[in-house]
Design a protein around this ligand. Sequence first.
Ligand code: ADP
Length: 170
Amino acid sequence: MKVKIVKGDITEIEADAIVNAANSYLEHGGGVALAIVKKGGYIIQKESREYVKKYGPVPVGGVAVTSAGKLKAKYVIHAVGPRYGLEGEDKLEEAIRNSIRKAEELRLTSIALPAISTGIYGYPYEICAMKMAKVIKEEYKNLKHLNMIIIALYSEEAYRIFVEILEREL
Ligand code: ADP
């Protein structure tokens, strides 16, 4: 299992699935979610609405899957992270864990994750990085198909913090 930390736009990454930092209603109006729909196409928003109509809102910590439209990825795994101060860190852990487990369940070999909950939802990068390290350490032994986890950080600051924490913790 390889973990790669990259600085840049997650929509450009060639992985079987990319993870979106979504809200429960899968309305992709800002941040990484908007970037994904802008580049992947309206089909991603359309399938998201159909999902919510059929199954209801995605709980905090949960995930939902759609196709990836024009993106290089095959799937978008929409993970609902917690809002800082309102919902706990355990939910951030769950969102990361459920994303990885969903990719494995779909028999994918690679997944790219953004720093879930660290934008509009306000979590510090440090907490997200610690949770990523914890979940990867706990999950990697159970992975048969997934052999590459890419963490895509948008800002220089996020990249620096993630490299520091993951190099120490993994
Ligand atoms: P949340 O609501 O979960 O906080 P955001 O989309 O606001 O989700 O932010 C999550 C993280 O994704 C932030 O660190 C933000 O800087 C980063 N981000 C925004 N756009 C992109 C992108 N195109 N690729 C990768 N990361 C991105």
